[in-house]
Design a protein around this ligand. Sequence first.
Ligand SMILES: C[S@@+](CC[C@H](N)C(=O)[O-])C[C@H]1O[C@@H](n2cnc3c(N)ncnc32)[C@H](O)[C@@H]1O
Length: 270
Amino acid sequence: MAQALLFKTHDSPMEKMPGHWLLACMGKRVLRPGGRELTQRLLASLAIDSTDDVVEFAPGLGETARETLARHPLSYTAIERDPEAARTVTQILSGPDQRCALGTAEQTGLADGSASIVYGEAMLSMQLPAAKARIVAEAVRLLRPGGRYGIHELCLLPDDVPGKIREAIANDLSDEINVGVRPLTSMEWRQLLESAGLVVTAVETAPMHLLEPRRLLRDEGLFHAIRFIFSVVRHQAARRRVLTMRRVFRKYKQHLAAVAIVAVKPPTHV
Ligand SMILES: C[S@@+](CC[C@H](N)C(=O)[O-])C[C@H]1O[C@@H](n2cnc3c(N)ncnc32)[C@H](O)[C@@H]1O
């Protein structure tokens, strides 16, 4: 269903479509670098329960939204900038305390202190530095003191990765994924959150195996993994791009990973 909707609206040619939508059109549901497992670890650190007002930035197809809703938060609000993705997420929501608004995480329009938890996955890496900082500042504005912010993003290894490699990775990923991908090192992600006044409480990492067979099976399950493989095999242009994406991920496997970080807004945030 979500796949069909994306096909209809993201009708840019397969060669030009942003990589995450290409994968989604082929039936891939998990679009984050650390897969379902790192999401589980992120959600465990966020410890969402029935007292929480949760805001999710960029829910995409709503896969993590389902996990969050299964924890029965007091309220759930998603902010997604893609109209079709926002419509897809809306379909899994119910009741007045669950909604998905079309908009940008940089400026959500939500009230100060309206959330006890904010999180976003695989969405900061694709922003320019100034936009990254604006999104983190928006998360901090939404959080009440003591509230938690969680991110799950692509990260560069090691913390002192040479500038040349950083540049080559950004160029290759942007060329192949067709969105400007600008990952940071784990230390830089931490610093981004700390410079907004947050206190980091958990850092988890996982290999960047988004398109590796074992991860595919674990993330999608046997049925969906087979369906994804068949779709990719059937569409020549998609096949070419998926294989190229995987080649780039493999080329830089020593320098790419996934990181999930949780940070708390201190009671006396300045
Ligand atoms: C790679 S997908 C990840 C989707 C989902 N978080 C997941 O992990 O499966 C990136 C998503 O971020 C959304 N997005 C990117 N920048 C955004 C922004 N500034 N505000 C809201 N959504 C944004 C895109 O529309 C897309 O749905």
